[in-house]
Design a protein around this ligand. Structure first.
Ligand code: ITT
Ligand code: NA
Length: 185
């Protein structure tokens, strides 16, 4: 089966290929954007995105809206994570977190998939902490400042290891489960 991944982010496509390739799903990168509604919920962004692209005539595709939700920042950057990355970046988040004791944060990934007439939407989470400084040069986005165990950042571990625990890894396994239940794989 071939699934189009609608994203500007090749890092996501790499992670999906790594996670879903073994199930005979081939990912095809479609580098474009879709209308992202303004809302506090990733699920709503994904649901609306699926509908608008289906209306455009797209078939057998998936999107993922993800974000880093920092407790001490009341969930910021959250649904604004892409904007936060482009503007203040990792240095900006570290600055906002200077001297803050509560370092807790959670990465969330909502995947929406439309195959034939069926829609699957799942959300995976990965709790962790914001480090004091950026570490590692792997991964993408907020990976250097996020640590699932308080020690290593996501940018310091190989993608196969990140997939085992990451929000996207968790969401991907939920997606596989759903696709299996519905007989697609
Ligand atoms: P598309 O919307 O085109 O798919 P994007 O990178 O803008 O790509 P999101 O809106 O889903 O994707 O991502 C929100 C931000 O969160 C973005 O800046 C990413 O860099 C960051 N992000 C998402 N998943 C991440 C991960 O696994 N590790 C590090 N940062 C991540
Ligand atoms: Na997005």
């Amino acid at each position: 089966m071939k699934l189009k991944v609608i994203t500007h982010n090749p890092g996501k496509v790499r992670e999906y290929q790594e996670a879903l390739g073994g199930y005979g799903i081939e990912m095809e990168h479609v580098n474009r954007e879709y209308d992202e509604v303004q809302t506090a919920y990733l699920e709503e962004v994904v649901d609306k995105g699926l509908k608008s692209m289906y209306a455009e005539g797209l078939r057998d595709f998936m999107i993922d809206d993800s974000g880093l939700f920092v407790d001490a920042l009341k969930g910021f950057p959250g649904v604004y994570s892409a904007y936060g990355q482009k503007t203040i970046g990792n240095e900006g988040i570290l600055k906002l977190m200077e001297g803050v004791d509560d370092r807790a944060a959670v990465f969330k990934c909502c995947i929406g998939c439309r195959i034939g007439d069926e829609t699957v939407i799942v959300t995976g989470k990965c709790p962790g902490v914001i480090l004091d400084s950026a570490r590692g040069d792997g991964g993408f986005g907020y990976d250097p400042i996020f640590s699932p165990d308080g020690e290593h950042s996501f940018a310091e571990i190989p993608v196969e290891e990140k997939n085992v625990i990451s929000h996207r890894g968790v969401a991907t396994r939920m997606l596989v489960e759903e696709l299996r239940n519905r007989g697609f794989i």
